[in-house]
Design a binder for this molecule. Structure first.
Ligand code: SF4
Length: 224
């Protein structure tokens, strides 16, 4: 978006003042400044990450669009590009990193794996979409998506930022900064908010097994 586009449509700036003066709204300048400096976090999970690296290198050079520097710290990043297969072992780390990013923050699910599990959807160790745990703003299809597809996804994110309103954005709403509970990997992924329920159900099962005439031993007894 050039400085021309920063002006509110219909407001004429005299030619001698163009590129020096802009007449605009608070929303427009707020979105304009953020959409041109969306800094991605530097991390990758699997093969899609190679395409992401290509998009950052000289040929595709996503710095042209303001995705200037990839930050190695979540505290300095605006966008999390989830590029690759999300395993149950990795999701606690991904949620923790997401929590450590300051608002405003966005998430791009790059590729079939991050969007819905991809070719490993039925795998015992794979999460069928990162959106089961963190909110996703843009999904990029493909296995793997090309660097051009990633550029298109990031430009789509810019368009989304363009349309945000200061009144509506989630980070100014009450309770918006609450961190997402980090899932715990036990025999399977467990949501810490459901620990009480899991404990209750396990206790019930244990009691059932200990009652005489019930439980697996009783079921296996041959009928007389
Ligand atoms: S979507 Fe395809 S290329 Fe991307 S991480 Fe999954 S298997 Fe690899």
């Amino acid at each position: 978006m050039s400085t021309e586009e920063l002006n509110t449509p219909g407001m004429q700036v005299p030619p001698e003042l163009q590129n020096q003066v802009s007449i605009t709204t608070l929303n427009r300048i707020y979105n304009w400044s953020r959409r041109n400096s969306l800094w991605p976090m530097m991390f990758g999970l699997a093969c899609c990450a190679i395409e992401m690296i290509c998009a950052a290198a000289a040929r595709y050079d996503f710095a042209r669009f303001g995705f200037e520097v990839m930050r190695p710290s979540p505290r300095q990043a605006d966008v999390m590009i989830v590029s690759g297969t999300v395993t149950k072992k990795m999701i606690p780390q991904i949620v923790r990193l997401y929590n450590q990013m300051p608002e405003p923050k966005y998430v791009i699910a790059m590729g079939a794996c991050a969007s819905g599990g991809g070719p490993f959807k039925e795998g015992y160790n794979v999460v069928s979409g990162v959106d089961k745990f963190i909110p996703v703003d843009v999904y990029i299809p493909g296995c793997p998506p090309t660097p051009q597809a990633l550029l298109n996804g990031m430009i789509t994110l810019q368009k989304k930022v363009d349309n945000e309103s200061l009144k509506e954005v989630r980070w100014y709403k009450k309770g918006a900064s609450e961190p997402i509970p980090v899932p715990v990997l036990g025999p399977d992924l467990m949501d810490p908010r459901k620990f009480g329920l899991i404990k209750e159900e396990s206790q019930k099962m244990l009691e059932q097994q200990q009652m005489p005439g019930t439980g697996p031993a009783a079921e296996e007894a041959p009928a007389v």
